[in-house]
Design a protein around this ligand. Structure first.
Ligand code: HEM
Length: 52
C-alpha cells in the first residue's frame, strides 16, 4: 500500500478533505473540525507549496 502524494493537491482539494474527511483504501481520514476555515486554507496552501 502506498499513500497518495498529497503534495500534488491544490488548496481546495486539501481543504475539502479537512472539511469533510474521506474514506480511502487504507482507512478513514477524519475531518478536522478543530481548525477554522482560514486555518484549513493555510494547511492547504502549505501542502501545495511543498511540491513546487
Ligand atoms: C493536517 C494534517 C492532514 C492533512 C493535510 C491530510 C490530508 C489528507 C488528504 C488530502 C487525503 C486524501 C488523499 C486521497 O484520497 O487522494 C487524506 C487521506 C487520508 N488521511 Fe489524512 N491528512 C491529515 C492528517 C491525518 C491524520 C491525523 C490521520 C489519521 C488519524 C489521517 C488519515 C488519513 C487516511 C486514513 C486517509 C485515507 C488514505 C487512503 O486510504 O486513501 N490523516 N489525508
Amino acid at each position: 500500500m502506498v499513500a497518495p502524494n498529497i503534495a500534488t493537491y491544490d488548496i481546495a482539494t486539501v481543504k475539502a478533505v479537512l472539511d469533510h474527511g474521506k474514506k480511502g483504501a487504507i482507512g478513514v481520514m477524519p475531518a478536522f473540525d478543530r481548525l477554522n476555515e482560514k486555518q484549513k486554507e493555510a494547511v492547504g496552501a502549505y501542502i501545495s507549496s511543498i511540491s513546487k
